[in-house]
Design a protein around this ligand. Structure first.
Ligand SMILES: NC(=O)c1ccc[n+]([C@@H]2O[C@H](COP(=O)([O-])OP(=O)(O)OC[C@H]3O[C@@H](n4cnc5c(N)ncnc54)[C@H](O)[C@@H]3O)[C@@H](O)[C@H]2O)c1
Length: 442
């Protein structure tokens, strides 16, 4: 069994550490935020992710948490870099945290392998290798081992990945990292470091392309009377295409897709290539969130003084991650139109991200006196939204289902006006042309 050091106690670092401990390895996790380290030492997980608390508890004797670089590096066979790589103002990936790890790495007695799990631009490994060599740390190997886990199912994704990607400069370092995953019987892709870095960026870009594609199909469905949920089913059964990431909605968000798409676009631009398809994918996603406002206006007219409840705030269900969540854009667009916004989420804590939004404890409280309810995140708790209690509590009766969670016929039968994404409704004719308000939905 190996000693695994981990830099970063975020989603990727903690899940990686917990899973390697579960596989029997000795794990030390280091972060620079004292409260996170204290929380982990006290048995608390600093974010909401299924299975992680149990895994950390079950393997507590193989897990330690520290603020100290030496404690994580001393005696480590592997040092995993799991720090955040957010976008800079230019859209490029900010690698400052990665460089801090490299710069702080102490001189070690034994050979160790630095393993990059953070998502980084192609070419980063070569630069880090040069940086290590410049510091005389030629006894530190370097391997790119990108992470593909999805929040909300992170542990299961780590333990049963579709593939494990390992890009190495030295064959032996790649072999060593591969051996860490011996107990996980899944395909391993061995390649050079640049290709491993590109696999991660390209996989994310392709998933986003599918989302923006089906969203555009949904928008055309709205204009032509087709039902995108049936269209997606019919497309997805084609074995050449498959069913995943064909769910139309109000667009993607989260800590990875938005920043990784921008980073790949800028990486291409910096290399002299205009990645037109990816630019379109990003733009479609931006517009998709805003279409909700037009749908509300279609039924409610001008939104000044209207009350809109946003149901679900996290960027997707089963996580409390608010990074780049569509709810943030929606709330501020609605406020800019003069609407009052209330909200609910079972776990996300928006804090200052949603200024002026009244966050309530239950969906029923959030929709009280609302003219419209918008399903922003498809939490299972919302599948019963179209109830008599909700109808009674609301001032209006409009449900905008931004994730196609509900059955339109059932919702309408319950007395609501229903607007989904790409599903037959009253024809969508765009923004009202005159200043005159249409008759309210109720
Ligand atoms: N979250 C995901 O679903 C996911 C999936 C795959 C890949 N990734 C990638 O993995 C990386 C980490 O993502 P995340 O969501 O875990 O980020 P995160 O923001 O949740 O966690 C990063 C942690 O690193 C810590 N940190 C920063 N500098 C440090 C240093 N010098 N030493 C030790 N710790 C330090 C931060 O304090 C923070 O706790 C990113 O590059 C991301 O793109 C994320």
């Amino acid at each position: 069994m190996s000693k695994v050091g981990i830099f970063g106690a975020g989603w990727v670092g903690v899940v990686t550490g917990a899973c390697f401990a579960e596989l029997g390895h000795e794990v030390v996790i280091r972060d620079i935020v004292g409260e996170k380290v204290e929380a982990l030492r006290a048995g608390q997980v600093p974010f909401h992710e299924e299975d992680v608390p149990e895994l950390l508890g079950r393997n507590a004797e193989r897990l330690t948490y520290t603020l100290d670089v030496r404690a994580v590096a001393d005696g480590a066979d592997f040092l995993f870099v799991c720090v955040d790589t957010p976008p800079t103002y230019s859209g490029d990936a900010d690698l400052s945290r990665v460089w801090t790890v490299v710069d702080e790495l102490p001189r070690l007695d034994e050979r160790t392998v630095l393993v990059m799990k953070s998502t980084v631009p192609v070419g980063t490994g070569e630069k880090v290798r040069a940086g290590l060599d410049a510091r005389g740390l030629d006894d530190v190997g370097y391997v790119s081992n990108p992470e593909f886990l999805s929040e909300g199912r992170a542990v299961s994704d780590f333990m049963n990945p579709d593939r494990i990607v390992i890009g190495a400069f030295e064959e032996a370092d790649g072999d060593a990292v591969e051996s860490l995953y011996d107990a996980i019987d899944r395909p391993v892709v061995r390649c050079d470091v640049n290709s491993a870095e590109m696999i991660k960026l390209a996989a994310n870009a392709f998933l986003m392309t599918r989302i923006s594609f089906i969203n555009e199909i949904a928008n055309v469905c709205e204009l032509t009377g087709a039902d995108v949920t049936k269209v997606a089913e019919g497309i997805g059964l084609d074995h050449r295409l498959g069913p995943h990431f064909l769910r139309a909605g109000i667009g993607f968000g989260g800590s990875c897709f938005p920043k990784d798409s921008l980073a790949l676009k800028q990486l291409a631009s910096n290399s002299g290539y205009h990645f037109q398809l990816l630019s379109a994918v990003i733009e479609v996603n931006e517009l998709q969130k805003r279409r909700v406002v037009a749908k509300l206006q279609k039924h409610l007219g001008r939104l000044r003084g209207k009350r809109v409840a946003l149901l679900g705030l996290a960027f997707k269900p089963h996580t409390d991650d608010m990074r780049e969540a569509p709810s943030i854009v929606l709330a501020s667009r609605l406020q800019a139109e003069g609407a009052e916004v209330t909200a609910w989420d079972p776990v996300a804590k928006p804090n200052e991200l949603l200024r002026g939004v009244e966050v309530r404890d239950t969906p029923l409280e959030a929709v009280r006196d609302a003219d419209a309810a918008v399903i922003v995140t498809e939490w299972p708790q919302l599948s019963e939204l179209a109830s008599p209690e909700v109808l009674e509590a609301m001032r209006g009766n409009l449900i905008v289902d931004g994730r196609n969670l509900l059955d339109p016929a059932e919702v309408r039968a319950a007395g609501f006006v229903y607007e989904g994404v790409g599903r037959p409704s009253s024809p969508f004719a765009g923004l009202p042309e005159s200043e005159e308000e249409p008759a309210p939905a109720r």
